[in-house]
Design a protein. Structure first.
Length: 147
């Protein structure tokens, strides 16, 4: 299977979670969009869940930005594949192809699996966590992945 070229994005906002958790906040803004980065900070991972959804105009701006990113991505991918953005954009568009279809559409160089892709890129993308058993530490035969 081959995933085609695409750009993904979205917008999540707090639709009452803070209130359910008993958290309240106040914000002072100086412009109509200044509060977009304000909201509930998610502990340990850092992102902020904004307090409100996007307005219609803000959604339009976000959509135009995503479309622009997609055009840039298509241009770069097309340049590296020796194709025009129109040629590469036709079979792309977020579709999933079999390896043979991707090869036929110019989206792949050859048919192969993970080991072939690792060899071609010069990297091992399949990470293995060495399993140890507790018998390594004098215990029973329970397998541990970490520790």
């Amino acid at each position: 299977m081959t995933g085609s070229i695409g750009v993904a994005g979205g917008w999540l906002h707090d639709a009452g979670l803070k209130e359910q958790l008993g958290i309240s906040t106040d914000v002072v803004t100086a412009g109509p969009h200044a509060d977009l980065g304000f909201g509930l900070a998610i502990p340990l991972i850092g992102p902020v869940l904004p307090d409100r959804n996007l307005s219609g105009a803000e959604k339009e701006v976000r959509l135009r930005n995503m479309e622009h990113l997609y055009e840039l991505f298509l241009e770069k991918a097309a340049r590296h594949r020796g194709m025009s953005p129109q040629e590469i954009g036709e079979p792309a568009g977020g579709r999933i192809w079999t390896g043979a279809q991707a090869l036929q559409n110019g989206l792949a160089d050859r048919i192969g699996g993970l080991s072939g892709g690792n060899h071609a890129s010069g990297k091992n993308h399949a990470r293995r966590i060495p399993a140890r058993t507790s018998s390594d530490r004098g215990g029973t035969q329970i397998t541990h992945l970490w520790g």
